[in-house]
Design a protein around this ligand. Structure first.
Ligand SMILES: O=c1ccn([C@@H]2O[C@H](COP(=O)(O)OP(=O)(O)O[C@H]3O[C@H](CO)[C@@H](O)[C@H](O)[C@H]3O)[C@@H](O)[C@H]2O)c(=O)[nH]1
Ligand SMILES: [Mn+2]
Length: 528
């Protein structure tokens, strides 16, 4: 529980449901007794009655033991489920809030429609947070000219959209979602006529913006990437506030998918905010107060020193009524994550989390640390190493919010694909490369190193903090399932295998969490 600096009232409270806990634990005890009897029965049969059917009997017993072990690991989830309530209105004044860098990742317009990505971008720019403390980076992993062009268009449209949202207290700050709603009672404006006139004006601008982006997408200069392709292009950076980043990609160098695309170095050069919000390009900010909700934990003097990230659930807006494939992954966000939150916190879930930059860069830089040692970890850039030494507090921008040409040149060097050679990026620093499930692996290693996390689900009366699109057809679902499964197998077989790596450092039952995630949540991932 945290107290705001101005009052003694807590910024957040954590409550568990005692009755659920008692029922869960009693059930676990009863079930364990039943399993013990079963094991006793099988063992005594094996010792006392040697029969010709010994092989099937042994096979059956082995499978029962494996299933019991998986069941045992899964108990960690229900051992101590907790729920959080936040009080963002008790945060200190805006001038005391820390800056936030928002990272939105996209791979290309073929799979991820440009206008959808721009909507996510606009919703992030419109977060209810001091505008000078919000920096939005679009990481375009394909390096598409159309994405950069659409981003410039979004910048122009944002000049209409952001003041409108702030003036009328609009809650749905993703323009597409806002204008496609029929009722539009989102504002409690005192002057409804004025509001409606203004709304129509903005809607007109939005339609024009969409049309310009659509037309540009059809132009050959944007369709044709010239000599470059999505996996072979140089780096490119545009700014300010809204920053376009496309890291360099070469076919000769492995790119490590999203983990490689999330470029912490470029943002350290420009804004260097102490907190980072990660977003998938199809996941927009549905509640503008999420940043302040996260700050309720990061401002907690007791929790903050070891708190790596605050995770929000993934909610989806395209779930069909029957959801036959469970695209909503409901059990994860309603049962498992609150269960993990009662222990050491939820696992990193790829998107919708506010993370401390320091947790991703491993450690704060001690003043006495050797420069050579720093360069071995972070690469040769002196500018980048200086940014670490500034303790993540001083943005490198001038009074107009602009970066010098020299800084932009340095940022390009940092975005090059060879910069990471012979450094610890991806091995110990940043998002880890050992698995395609970079989120799970990075979060798990962080927790092994002593960091904790918190989970904030929306209350029944409030709106989901983030809304996105899910996989609704079997083909996409299988592709995603295979990627997640193989990502977890990568982890299970890597030097970070949870069966060995975390166990000695995390106390039981927390140590059971990662292996239980692999075994219970994705048991298929262990099958060949
Ligand atoms: O090479 C890549 C691949 C993906 N992405 C981006 O990563 C995000 C997630 O990719 P997606 O293909 O949509 O994966 P999902 O399975 O929907 O995503 C879940 O699983 C991923 C791990 O497999 C996490 O990274 C995601 O945050 C999590 O939401 C998207 O914004 C992509 O644009 C890249 O930038 N580069
Ligand atoms: Mn996705």
């Amino acid at each position: 529980m945290a107290s705001s600096s101005s009052t003694s009232l807590p910024l957040h409270i954590c409550h568990g449901n005692k009755l659920t806990m008692i029922i869960n634990r009693s059930h676990a005890v009863l079930h364990s007794i039943a399993i013990s009897f079963l094991i006793y029965y099988r063992t005594s049969f094996l010792f006392h009655q040697p029969t010709p059917i010994i092989i099937p009997w042994l096979l059956l017993f082995t499978s029962e033991l494996i299933l019991s072990f998986i069941w045992f690991l899964g108990r960690a989830y229900i051992w101590r489920p907790v729920y959080r309530t936040v009080f963002p209105e008790r945060l200190p004044n805006d001038d005391k809030l820390p800056a936030i860098d928002v990272f939105i990742c996209t791979t290309g317009p073929d799979k991820e429609p440009t206008i959808g990505v721009m909507n996510t971008l606009l919703s992030a720019m419109a977060l209810d947070y001091p505008p000078d403390k919000l920096h939005v980076y679009l990481s375009d992993d394909g390096g598409y000219a159309i994405t950069l062009h659409a981003m410039r268009e979004s910048w122009s449209f944002a000049r209409w959209w952001l003041p409108f949202c702030r003036r009328f207290g609009i809650k749905t700050r993703c323009p597409e979602a806002y204008f496609s709603r029929t009722e539009n009672r989102d504002s409690d404006s005192e002057n409804p006529h004025n509001f409606m006139v203004e709304r129509e004006k903005i809607k007109e601008q939005y339609v024009l913006f969409k049309e310009r982006v659509r037309r540009a997408g059809e132009e050959s200069k944007f369709k044709d990437k010239g000599v470059y392709t999505a996996s072979d292009h140089p780096s490119c950076i545009e700014m300010p506030l809204l920053v376009y980043v496309s890291r360099e990609k070469r076919t000769s160098q492995f790119h490590h998918f999203k983990a490689g695309a999330v470029n912490l170095r470029v943002s350290a050069m420009l804004s260097n905010s102490p907190y980072i919000l990660m977003l998938d390009c199809d996941m927009y900010c549905n509640d503008p107060t999420s940043a302040r909700q996260a700050m309720c934990f990061h401002f907690d003097p007791e929790m903050s020193p070891s708190l790596a990230f605050v995770q929000f659930p993934q909610a989806f807006r395209d779930i069909r009524e029957n959801d036959i494939y469970d695209s909503e992954v409901r059990s994860a966000y309603t049962i498992l994550w609150p269960g993990l939150d009662g222990l050491k916190g939820p696992v990193l879930s790829g998107t919708n989390f506010y993370i401390k930059r320091e947790a991703l860069c491993c450690h704060s830089i001690r003043k006495d640390i050797d420069l050579r040692e720093l360069k071995d970890s972070f690469g040769p850039s002196n500018e980048f190493i200086n940014s670490l030494r500034q303790d993540y507090k001083k943005p490198n921008l001038n009074d107009n919010g602009e970066a010098s040409n020299m800084l932009l040149e340095e940022a390009k060097v940092l975005a090059s694909c060879s910069y990471e050679d012979h450094t610890k990026w991806g091995k110990e620093v940043g998002f880890l490369y050992d698995s395609v499930a970079e989120d799970f692996l990075t979060g798990f290693v962080m927790q092994c190193k002593g960091w904790i996390s918190a989970y904030v689900a929306p209350s029944s009366s409030s709106r989901p903090q983030f809304l996105g699109t899910s996989t609704t057809n079997l083909n996409d679902l299988l592709t995603q399932g295979i990627r997640w499964g193989s990502g977890l197998v990568d982890v299970a077989l890597s030097r970070f295998s949870p069966l060995f790596y975390g166990s000695s450092r995390i106390i039981v039952p927390s140590s059971l969490l990662p292996p239980s995630l692999v075994l219970c949540h994705h048991p298929s991932s262990l099958s060949p």
